[in-house]
Ligand binder design. Structure first.
Ligand code: NAG
Length: 254
């Protein structure tokens, strides 16, 4: 879309898209097609070394007015050499966002490619890392919780500079002497998760009509919640001084 987005042969001999960031430009690519319910997989190798201030993203978003947009997103917040990356996730439905949860990894996401997946179907939004479930958002529209449901989205990947907030709350700035910063993306796959289909890749485990996650998925979530989760908007009372936390925080979610 803009900046330095190039198809390259990476060090393992495979084709990849390299997105680079330098002091003059960020960069991005996007999907040709849109989808209304789909599963997106991509492998990403993040910026190695001192990536503080940089943000690499992989997200889906509707077109049209920002105030009413839907979005499902993953942002990787860089860090100083040796300090862990943060995976930041969020959702917007009809312009309502503020559903942030953050995770750290058990591996170094800059040493190798890892697979990141967003599944969006009529019942669930699921975020997976190397096929392990990290986060679930249940469609609780019937109880008044927001959920993206009616409008198709397009997939985007970007790298940009966010030194004012990304790393340790903006205390650690981008070191431009290390530029350009490069993240690699490969093996993109998009499959339709139509409400009328029953592709096993689109469902959380035990069948399309199941409103519940199966036991192995629930177990993965419990593990990730205790080992990897570092922020959860539902568990941040400071944010909700003037009222209750969002509806879904008090509803069954698995
Ligand atoms: C960077 O590393 C520090 C120290 O380990 C950690 O507190 C922080 O959450 C990490 N991530 C970001 C995005 O600052």
């Amino acid at each position: 879309m803009w900046g330095n987005a190039k198809v390259v042969t990476d060090s393992s001999g495979q084709q990849a898209i390299a997105l680079t960031l330098d002091q003059s430009t960020s960069s991005a690519f996007r999907s040709k097609k849109t989808c209304l319910f789909c599963r997106i997989d991509i492998e990403i190798k993040l910026v190695p070394g001192n990536s503080a201030g940089t943000v690499t993203t992989f997200y889906m978003i509707t077109e049209g007015a920002w105030e009413f947009h839907d979005e499902i997103d993953i942002e990787f917040l860089g860090n100083s050499t040796g300090d862990p990356y943060t995976m930041h996730t969020n959702m917007y439905a009809r312009g309502q966002g503020g559903r942030e949860k953050q995770y750290k990894f058990d591996f170094d996401p800059t040493q190798d490619y890892h697979k990141y997946t967003i599944i969006w179907n009529k019942d669930w939004i699921l975020f997976l890392v190397d096929d392990k479930l990290y986060r679930q958002i249940k469609n609780n529209q019937i109880y008044g919780a927001p959920y993206p449901y009616y409008y198709p989205m397009r997939v985007y990947a970007t790298i940009w500079d966010a030194e004012n907030w990304a790393t340790q709350g903006g205390r650690v700035k981008t070191d431009w002497s290390q530029a350009p910063f490069t993240a690699y993306f490969r093996n993109y796959r998009s499959i339709s998760c139509s409400p009328f289909g029953n592709d096993p890749l689109c469902v959380p485990g035990s069948g399309w009509f199941s409103q519940q996650l199966d036991d192995s998925r629930k177990q993965q979530l419990t593990q990730v919640d205790s080992n990897n989760k570092i922020y959860d908007y539902c568990q941040d009372p400071k944010r909700y001084k003037n009222g209750p936390p969002p509806k879904e925080c008090g509803l069954p979610s698995k």
